[in-house]
Ligand binder design. Structure first.
Ligand code: AMP
Ligand code: MG
Length: 399
């Protein structure tokens, strides 16, 4: 029995468990979920630092509105002045340099005139002016990034400033990709009569990579049950997820479902009330390995990947993705199909009255170019033959 998109997604999320963790360098940590809380072992900044290029002084020396101070040293970023500022003296200082002992304020260079070994300060400088106190950004001991947070560029920067060069993150799902079909030929190889290019391999390989999966194997098998069993068995070795394309319909040469059964997999659902992508099948085994058997048509495969595999990969990666339902106005009629949700590939635009979508060209499931340049999917419900131009429709944005 075919299930709805919603039921299918929930079933997937029920079985996609967050994976274990591993330590990685900051350069490999982008997009990964932090596996443990990150606390600050030290203050950031670690010392009182100057926020300006200028002079470190005693604020009290400027109380009269002007001061002539003796220049006794210099503090550069990365080195201390090594002298103590006492009344009547100043130390030249750069942005980010430690404020020297004794000094309690920084006067910016623009507010001074330097004359040989003296500096003339114009105006009153308040205590603590232009001093970045130690710990102003992060206090030692505080919890800075919670476990489960996804590491973006700013999180990587904060981890570096906490001196955590190798954070514990959730490991990436190991994914194998298996294309089925006698007709499939790699790009660059001669095409036999009746042959077509394997476009799902590169397209889904890229999709796995983009969704944070670790593509460990990409294999292909012809339309033969025994061969399918043995190729899938090999592809399943040491992976968290297998994605197959093609051979999952009801034709005499569709062997994926019987092969999966032979390999000990149980179908959670076989078929989704969806267009394109109806034959999409999801199965699991005792070890918790997930199999997505996607249809062969390139558009169907990519749509099903987006709707079901991406949420599974997110869950395994420990990333929570909240899909906010968004409504848009259809600028052209969007085709529907009775009893199934139709996913229409669209381009969106933001106008004065909100989002608008316009379908790309022919929406047939073999028209791969209908995917080019899309940034939104419109969901036409199964109780509508079409959504008319000017009518509202639910959309999901795609990256
Ligand atoms: P199937 O799901 O095996 O019945 O395939 C449905 C359609 O998708 C057929 O026209 C296949 O030739 C095509 N197809 C299957 N696999 C691929 C692939 N890897 N790349 C491009 N087209 C494919
Ligand atoms: Mg086939």
């Amino acid at each position: 029995m075919a299930v709805s998109i919603h039921e299918a997604r929930n079933a997937v999320l029920e079985h996609a468990a967050v994976l274990g963790s591993e330590e990685v360098g900051l350069d490999e940590a982008l997009g990964r979920a932090l596996a443990e809380d990150a606390a600050a072992p030290n203050h950031v900044p670690p010392f009182d630092a100057s926020a300006m290029d200028g002079y470190a002084i005693l604020a009290a020396d400027t109380a009269s509105g002007a001061a002539r101070l003796e220049l006794i040293g210099e503090a550069k970023a990365g080195s201390e002045a090594g002298v103590t500022v006492r009344t009547g003296t100043a130390v030249r200082i750069s942005t980010g340099a430690p404020v020297p002992d004794g000094a309690d304020a920084i006067v910016p260079q623009e507010q001074t005139t330097a004359e040989d070994a003296t500096v003339v300060v114009d105006g009153v400088v308040p205590v603590a002016k232009h001093v970045r106190p130690a710990g102003e950004d992060i206090l030692a001991g505080s919890l800075v990034i919670h476990a489960g947070s996804v590491l973006g560029p700013s999180e990587l920067g904060v981890l570096a400033s906490l001196n955590i060069p190798r954070p514990m993150v959730v490991r990436r799902p190991r994914v194998a990709l298996a294309g089925t079909g006698d007709e499939l030929t790699d790009p660059g190889k001669p095409l036999a009569p009746g042959g077509i290019r394997d476009s799902n391999g590169p397209a889904l390989g890229g999709a796995v990579h983009r969704a944070g999966g670790d593509l460990v194997a990409r294999v292909r098998v012809g339309d033969d049950l025994e061969a399918t069993v043995s190729v899938l068995r090999a592809a399943l070795r040491d992976v968290d997820m297998l994605i197959t394309t093609g051979g999952v319909s009801v034709g005499p040469h569709d062997h994926v479902r019987p092969a999966l059964k032979r390999l000990g997999f149980r179908e959670v659902f076989a078929g989704v009330k969806l267009k394109p992508g109806r034959p999409t099948t999801f199965a699991i085994n005792e070890e918790g390995t997930l199999v997505f058997a996607l249809p062969g048509n390139p558009v169907s495969a990519l749509m099903a990947f987006r709707l079901f595999v991406v949420p599974a990969l997110d869950a395994m990666l420990g990333r929570e993705r909240v899909v906010h339902p968004t409504m848009a106005t259809a600028d052209e009629e969007l085709p529907g199909a009775r009893g199934r949700t139709t996913i229409v590939r669209c381009r969106s635009s933001l106008q004065d009255d909100g989002w608008h979508v316009r379908p790309t060209r022919s929406q047939d499931s073999h028209i791969l170019t209908s995917m080019l340049g899309i940034d939104a999917l419109a969901l036409v419900p199964g109780d509508r033959d079409a959504i008319g131009a000017g009518e509202p429709v639910e959309i999901e944005f795609v990256a």
